[in-house]
Design a protein around this ligand. Sequence first.
Ligand code: NAP
Ligand code: F7E
Length: 327
Amino acid sequence: MAKRALVTGITGQDGSYLAEFLLAKGYEVFGLVRRSSTVSLERIEHIEDQITILSGDLLDLNSLLTAFEQVQPDEVYNLAAQSFVPTSWTQPVLTGEATGLGVMRVLEALRHVSPKARFYQASSSEMFGKAKGPQSETTPFYPRSPYGVAKVYGHWITVNYRESYGLFAVSGILFNHESPRRGLEFVTRKVSHAVARIKLGLADELRLGNLDARRDWGFAGDYVRAMWLMLQQDEPRDYVVGTGVQHNVRDLVELAFGHVGLDWRSYVSQDDRLLRPADVEDLVADPSKARSELGWEPEVDFEALMRMMVEADLGRLRAEPEGQGSS
Ligand code: NAP
Ligand code: F7E
């Protein structure tokens, strides 16, 4: 019998790649989608007829209980969250509810309805915040945003439910991962989209915030494989997932503009309004545990990732100059 996977956040970047990955492995895939007046299934419309969409919201325990009862999942991937860091300062309570307490609601539904199901929590390198890198599974957390703080709650409640109730629950601490399906407000996609627009004569400037921030950027398609691998192990353990290679925002901009033969200095300016109340300056993973225990290695490096994103935005804009699609 095909395994049944329940994916929260299936309309998001990672949800779409994970759904494709699980379908290719022969899973029956169920996706939780929250109600809105204009549902956007843009990132999964190419596989929509192969998955079952359920209505539910991380803010509403009842809807989660109903989804678990309907699906009776073997594996649960909790990817849903308010995931944009700046919004966590303007909507801190919502962020705490969805990104923090939402994890406990999913775990409660799992514990009561499907306690044998394996559970993956989408934790984040933002939990490390100010902690010195390279960051590993043993690095103490020092979050720098309401988002990071909410993710720390999600991480520890996952560990706590594993230890309290014997659940197969794991926390994947993933560093930034990107793709042509990344939301437009995140820095990689903001840059790739702007580069494509400038190259095609549709724009002539790009305003950014902190150009010195350093990140470990990988490709989302590689990272969903690590999520799945964590749930196939004999023991539930937490893992850091990243490339181990660091770049700053300036490198990213230089690479993306350089790819289309433009000098970034002619187009990019720093706008103080885009600086965060507190930023994370220096993240880089020590992924040795994921490498040795999961056999996980990234296949797409930073240069190939940014080229892929710029090319995808050029293609989309050439097809539809006013479009901004994420698929
Ligand atoms: P994303 O593109 O922002 O997707 C977030 C998903 O969560 C969307 O499907 C969204 O639905 C859904 N969602 C938000 N609030 C919800 C709620 N109250 N109830 C139900 N669904 C809700 O994020 P992503 O980049 O794919 O990231 C996936 C997960 O990994 C997130 O938890 C994120 O915090 C975490 N993470 C991401 C990264 C990264 O670099 N991408 C790194 C570490 C951890 P709508 O479509 O309706 O908005
Ligand atoms: O910012 C700097 C910004 O918004 C990266 C989420 O997926 O990864 C993501 O969070 C860096 C920051 O991602 C702009 O200050 C400069 O230092 O692309 P980002 P993030 O905040 O690292 C983690 C792992 C998650 O878990 C999150 O869910 O880039 N930066 N100028 C800018 N960032 C943005 N967004 N826009 C700018 O104009």
